[in-house]
Write a protein that binds this ligand. Structure first.
Ligand SMILES: [Zn+2]
Length: 179
């Protein structure tokens, strides 16, 4: 009996490891889109279900892969976040990260405003946020971008802190022209 349980455990572990290495698009693995130091440290389950994996695939195919093809290596700092993980890091459980529809990322050596403008002009996104970007500091902040199969809002925002609060303002022209 004990032996049987162990075999089952090993098989389960192998399946999980294989699944993590699974590619969602040419250059993005499932592992990259779900990894979280906080989840590991706090023992939080951050595994998406089959439907959520399908959504992550769409996010990679429509947003991350085209960015990778144009700018080179993309550093994904946060992709899918389970509700439990959202609570642990003080992020909203209603966030598109929890629905497997959004990722935060940067491209090494590329100004985040330039990256935001390129996505705006070339990709069909749901919401694109230039997060905590300080004009004149190319490395400041990061990009948050979401994708949904239907009803995309094409909302383009700048998130910044003011009086200790996060504020969102639509970017009407170019992110590069923000002052
Ligand atoms: Zn985000």
């Amino acid at each position: 009996m004990l032996c049987f349980i162990n075999v089952e455990k090993i098989v389960k572990k192998c399946i999980t490891e294989k699944k993590l290495k699974m590619n969602l698009s040419r250059n993005f693995s499932l592992q990259e889109l779900i990894k979280s130091d906080t989840a590991v440290r706090k023992g939080i389950d951050n595994n998406p279900n089959a439907d959520q994996i399908e959504k992550l695939k769409l996010l990679c195919e429509n947003i991350l892969q085209p960015v990778r093809d144009h700018f080179g290596r993309v550093k994904v700092t946060s992709g899918y976040r389970s509700v439990e993980l959202c609570m642990a890091i003080g992020s909203s459980a209603n966030s598109q990260h929890a629905k497997a529809e959004a990722a935060d990322f940067e491209c090494m050596g590329t100004d985040n405003a330039e990256l935001a403008d390129w996505i705006k002009n070339n990709l069909d996104y749901d919401q694109l946020i230039l997060e905590y970007y300080t004009p004149g500091e190319p490395n400041s902040g990061w990009i948050h971008c979401s994708y949904i199969p239907e009803g995309r809002r094409a909302s383009f925002l700048h998130a910044f802190r003011q009086d200790g609060k996060t504020k969102y303002k639509p970017i009407l022209g170019k992110a590069k022209d923000l002052v």
